[in-house]
Design a protein around this ligand. Structure first.
Ligand SMILES: Nc1nc2c(ncn2[C@@H]2O[C@H](COP(=O)(O)OP(=O)(O)OP(=O)(O)O)[C@@H](O)[C@H]2O)c(=O)[nH]1
Length: 212
């Protein structure tokens, strides 16, 4: 493969920064580690925010994920503005057997309400449904109010569904980027003019183009 091809591949790499957010003990590290290594360890010695990088194919595009696994000290510690401003997308995690962790996400929902940041809601630990405190329907309602995707998973038992969660968030981030590029273009050109744009054909002079 020549150097030209290699250079072109590198420039098509997209970076996506994901902050994994949720109350203490919901499985943020378990989900992140599952996605990064496909493994589940069980106990994670983790006392502060951790950052990881991971390159993976999403819809045939190479995505460089930067994952910030947050580590709140208690249920009252919400993510800082710095974290939210840093991220391209937020993975909001609660545990289906912990109503407090669901309420924690509701508070975050209120915090980011005015922000256009893409999010995805995950109900983790659905291997312990006998201890369920939050119904699937409640999770779906929260996601609908945030206009985002939602699923229940078990980091303890699943590999592919956990990867799908990160992929879905990536798709939402890329879609939001395309949307803001498009609206920037519209603002620059003026919306009323975009429908009258003439097609510029490379190699032909303007006089060779149709008159209208
Ligand atoms: N049953 C079950 N337990 C899980 C699952 N995911 C994580 N756990 C357990 O939940 C506990 C907390 O997991 P962590 O990944 O450390 O949770 P965290 O949200 O990163 O916790 P903090 O870093 O303290 O905020 C650990 O004992 C995990 O083994 C799951 O899908 N099912």
């Amino acid at each position: 493969m020549n150097a030209k091809v290699l250079r072109r591949k590198k420039s098509s790499l997209s970076g996506v920064k994901v902050a994994v957010i949720g109350a203490p003990g919901v499985g943020k590290t378990a989900l992140s580690v599952r996605f990064l290594t496909r493994r589940y360890i069980g106990e994670y010695d983790h006392k502060s925010d951790s950052r990881y990088k991971h390159e993976v194919l999403v819809d045939n595009d190479t995505i460089l994920y930067e994952i910030l696994d947050t580590c709140p000290k208690n249920d009252n510690e919400l993510p800082t503005n710095e974290t939210i401003n840093w991220a391209d997308g937020l993975l909001l995690v609660y545990s289906i057997n912990d109503r407090n962790s669901f309420n924690y996400l509701k508070r975050i929902g209120a915090l980011i309400n005015d922000n256009d940041i893409p999010v995805y809601v995950v109900g983790n630990k659905n291997d312990i449904v006998h201890l369920r405190e939050v119904s699937v329907e409640e999770g779906a309602i929260l996601a609908r109010s945030l206009e985002c995707g939602f699923s229940e998973v078990a980091a303890a038992e699943q590999v592919a569904p956990v990867a799908v969660v990160f992929q879905e968030l990536c798709r939402a981030v890329l879609a939001s980027r395309r949307k803001s590029k498009h609206s920037l273009l519209e603002r620059m050109l003026g919306t009323h003019r975009t429908s009258h744009l003439k097609l510029y054909v490379r190699g032909k002079s303007d006089s060779a183009l149709p008159k209208d």
